[in-house]
Design a protein around this ligand. Structure first.
Ligand SMILES: Cc1cc2nc3c(=O)[nH]c(=O)nc-3n(C[C@H](O)[C@H](O)[C@H](O)COP(=O)(O)OP(=O)(O)OC[C@H]3O[C@@H](n4cnc5c(N)ncnc54)[C@H](O)[C@@H]3O)c2cc1C
Length: 404
């Protein structure tokens, strides 16, 4: 890509952001590209853990948490962790998702946490010593988050927590788990019934069970079971009843980062499709010259740029510290658009590669579109389904409470 196109692709980013993107690219090419196929082939979490630790050492896990950032950026923020997510997922989605979950719990802790929470739980995430999970979803509660059943009761100086979470990214591997739970069911109408409490994986009564999935091989996800788990009362993030507020702040960052992950996966597939189209000849010339193919390329490039603009806009707004409630619309738009069009772009890329697109590692040509196709599929579901993002956007546009 020439300099001019590169400049346009990065429009809206500062010089520092673009330099940071180059640093992220270098990290990915040195540390992730050489092992990406091994992660996929061997479903290898240990390689992901190593990458995660190196991210910590290279100041890449503290980007949204200025208090702990020791790198060269003057003003690090969510824009940088989003660019990093994009660059990592362009090459391998699984480590991108694992570090994403740590960023989401980090954001929740940073928003509402006391010094005790920050020093004991956020700091070891930023150095890569500990991995995090965010625990919202339950067997009977997916989109309907406010209806969660996991509950915590203050007994003496401890929270006693009971319940079951499912679909939790990093379950079984994460040392730190942010459990969203009900602490006063009488306050549901005021949205003050939920709280967020940190539970370490070493707590008695804490156990996990892992699931298997169609994509992102190497990543871990599953159930977290809380059976009379007791944690110190200081593990409460913010005040009792702050769960909804913390969740909203976390969701803005999560949806922005997921948009970045989708842009990364779609870009990876798009680059391979362009490469293939310029090499593959049919009917006497390369297929890139056929209108049926270059129309697709034009549409994919435009959608990718549009997704980037939506994604960087909200990341910048988060870094400007605009009120979280006022950013739900922009975060939902970025997540919905990047995941839905990302899915289309990967599908079109596979179509351009023809049979080669459906093979693993492109029969020795080393294309990965088959993997991108499986990896991107979850993104219209996790972090809130497309339907839920439409609900948020429409409620803001119509300025009214809509039916669910
Ligand atoms: C790989 C993966 C990773 C995940 N990581 C995490 C994690 O780390 N932490 C965590 O807490 N959760 C996680 N999740 C859970 C994820 O956020 C949920 O799957 C998602 O919010 C949807 O919930 P659900 O699957 O229970 O679907 P449901 O809410 O049961 O929805 C099923 C379908 O019904 C639709 N629907 C629901 N309500 C309505 C309505 N009112 N009107 C119209 N349609 C509706 C939905 O859009 C969807 O299509 C993960 C999930 C997966 C698969």
């Amino acid at each position: 890509m020439n300099e001019e196109t590169e400049y346009r692709k990065n429009w809206g980013l500062s010089k520092e952001d673009i330099e940071f993107r180059n640093e992220a690219k270098r990290f990915v090419s040195d540390q992730i590209s050489p092992v990406a196929d091994k992660i996929e082939e061997n479903d290898d979490f240990e390689l992901i853990r190593e990458i995660y630790k190196k991210m910590g050492k290279n100041n890449l896990l503290s980007l949204p948490f200025k208090r702990y950032y020791k790198g060269w950026l003057k003003d690090p923020g969510v824009i940088n962790s989003t660019l990093l997510a994009e660059e990592v997922c362009r090459v391998s989605a699984a480590p991108g998702i694992a570090f994403g979950a740590s960023m989401f719990i980090g954001k929740a802790l940073y928003t509402g946490g006391s010094d005790y929470i920050l020093e004991n739980f956020l700091k070891p995430i930023t150095t890569g010593e500990k991995l995090g999970s965010i625990c919202i979803t339950e067997p009977t509660v997916g989109s309907d988050v406010a209806n969660m059943k996991t509950h915590a009761k203050l007994v003496g100086n401890e929270w006693v927590i009971n319940g079951k979470k499912r679909f939790i990214t990093n379950a079984g591997e994460s040392e730190l788990n942010l459990i969203y739970c009900v602490t006063d069911s009488n306050l549901i109408a005021k949205r003050k019934h939920m709280s967020a409490i940190v539970v370490e994986n070493s707590a008695p009564g804490f156990s996990t069970k892992q699931y298997k999935y169609m994509g992102r091989r190497g990543f871990r996800n599953g159930e977290i079971i809380l059976d009379n788990v007791r944690v110190p009362k200081e593990n409460l993030v913010g005040n009792q009843g702050d769960g909804h507020k913390i969740l909203m702040t976390q969701f803005n960052t999560e949806r922005t980062t997921i948009a970045g992950q989708c842009i990364g996966i779609a870009t990876g597939a798009f680059e391979e499709a362009k490469d293939f189209a310029k090499k593959r000849e049919q009917f006497g010339s390369i297929i890139a010259k056929k209108q049926g193919i270059y129309f697709k390329i034009a549409e994919m490039a435009t959608k990718l740029d549009a997704a980037r603009l939506l994604c960087y806009r909200v990341a910048k707004m988060i870094d400007e510290k605009l009120p979280p409630r006022s950013l739900m619309r922009e975060a939902a738009m970025a997540k919905m658009y990047a995941s839905e069009t990302g899915k289309e772009i990967v599908d079109s890329s596979l179509q351009i590669l023809g049979g080669e697109g459906w093979t693993k590692f492109g029969h020795g040509t080393n294309y990965h579109v088959e993997r991108y196709y499986r990896d991107i599929r979850i993104h219209t579901i996790g972090g809130g389904t497309t339907t839920m993002q439409k609900y948020i956007i429409a409620s803001k546009e119509l300025e009214m409470q809509l039916d669910l």
